[in-house]
Design a protein around this ligand. Structure first.
Ligand code: GLC
Length: 418
């Protein structure tokens, strides 16, 4: 029998397109931004050279204004919608026009620890990451918290956070289009048509101003301050700062960014839910959603005792890790994408952050649950948090990376077999 480490490594190799890695064949046939950062880390556990190449290829998609897109369309693929013709990105390689949670700097810091010989490559990537982070600081802040301008930008595509904000979008004139995702995966596990119309409408709005951020600020009906973005950027800036000091770079602006984001994170605290929440930047209203993103505060270096009880209750209400949406809330759906399922990548960000901050019991539980998901049901995109049943796409790159870098990396394994 092939062991799980070997299976995970094989998934990364099979999804490798030469310089970049697909999230999975079929459903996601291009390079996705935060998936790619996980892939780089996963590769570094057995092929560090390939890990560094992954990050370098991601940087190739960077726009002149600093943005690193959420999808880079290296080669055309008719099996995906919306493709490059719809997005009309203006980067050096065809791409989408939005970004994704900036976890790349944090994975680069890990890779440097795992493979110090990669320092020259890290030094070359560092300024590009800094320009990307600056882009967020220039264009995306609301009271110091980081906003998303499209639900896909948060990486939590159909999370309930966006519902109220999506309702404000008129998509009557979106036109005809053919979805591709529902031909790869059961529609019950995917966003609805109502959501999809609005996703496409927001792309059309971006294209109408050629993705000019200043113009978008004025016309985008969707602008939501988001814990995923705020916490990942805060963490990424801390990692960028530490690496910059080591490389002898000027880091004074990064120190300022960290202060701004710490203040911004505090504005996302919502007493009514006992957690960090998303907020509509147009209305200033909280969305009232307790999600796995609410639990990223520890990962961001904020050890907040206020946040623990609600997250512990979410853990108690599920059997396999942290559900993406509070299982006790109305509208929780155990297999619909970001409205309930347990996602190994989020479990890793949350669990590793908790471990760093000494929240050991919850951290250990999340890690053990995540390992069980893969031991029992392989490397799926996400899982039912009650039964552990796999859902979404299979043979998933970032799930395999989470096994290699964290969930499967138990002390007993380290001493024993590979
Ligand atoms: C979905 C996820 C997003 C991910 C992408 C590729 O869109 O919501 O977070 O990056 O798939 O795996």
């Amino acid at each position: 029998m092939i062991n799980l480490h070997e299976q995970a490594r094989q998934i990364l190799r099979d999804n490798d397109k030469g310089g970049y890695t697909l999230p999975t064949h079929g459903l996601y046939p291009y390079q996705w931004n935060w998936d790619s950062a996980f892939a780089a880390w996963g590769f570094t556990t057995f092929d560090p050279d390939r890990g560094w190449t992954e990050l370098e290829t991601l940087m190739l998609g960077q726009w002149e204004d600093g943005m690193i897109p959420h999808i880079i369309f290296h080669q055309p693929d008719p099996g995906y919608f919306p493709g490059p013709d719809v997005w009309q990105g203006r980067g050096p390689i065809p791409s989408s026009g939005i970004s994704q949670p900036p976890v790349a700097a944090s994975f680069m810091a890990k890779m440097l620890t795992m493979h110090p010989a990669g320092e020259a490559r890290a030094r070359a990537i560092w300024p590009k990451l800094k320009e990307w982070h600056r882009w967020f600081m220039d264009w995306r802040l609301d009271q110091g918290a980081v906003c998303v301008t499209h639900p896909w930008e948060a990486g939590r595509d159909n999370a309930p956070d966006w519902d109220v904000n999506m309702a404000a979008i008129n998509a009557d004139d979106v036109g005809e289009y053919t979805r591709r995702d529902t031909s790869h995966v059961d529609p019950a596990m995917r966003p609805t048509k109502y959501d999809y119309d609005r996703y496409i409408k927001l792309v059309q709005i971006g294209v109408s101003v050629n993705w000019d951020q200043e113009k978008l600020l004025a016309i985008n009906p969707f602008r939501v301050a988001d814990p995923t973005m705020t916490f990942t950027l805060l963490r990424a800036n801390r990692d960028l700062l530490a690496m910059g000091r080591r490389f002898g770079e000027d880091v004074s602006d990064i120190e300022d960014w960290i202060k701004t984001l710490e203040g911004g994170a505090e504005t996302l605290w919502n007493d009514a839910i006992g957690g960090y929440d998303s907020r509509n930047a147009h209305t200033g209203r909280f969305n009232g959603i307790l999600s796995n993103a609410s639990a990223l505060c520890w990962y961001a270096g904020i050890n907040d005792a206020r946040a623990l009880p609600a997250i512990e209750a979410m853990l108690e209400a599920a059997t396999y890790g942290l559900a993406s949406y509070d299982p006790a809330a109305d509208g929780f759906e155990p297999v619909r994408y970001w409205r309930g399922p347990s996602w190994p990548i989020m479990n890793y960000l949350v669990g590793s952050g908790m471990a760093e901050q000494g929240i050991d019991a919850a951290a250990d539980r999340i890690r053990a649950d995540t390992a069980r998901l893969m031991q029992e049901n392989g490397f799926a995109e996400y899982y039912n948090p009650h039964t552990g049943a796999p859902a979404g796409g299979g043979t998933f790159t970032w799930t395999a990376a989470v096994w290699l870098g964290w969930a499967g990396d138990q002390p007993e394994k380290r001493q024993g077999a590979a």
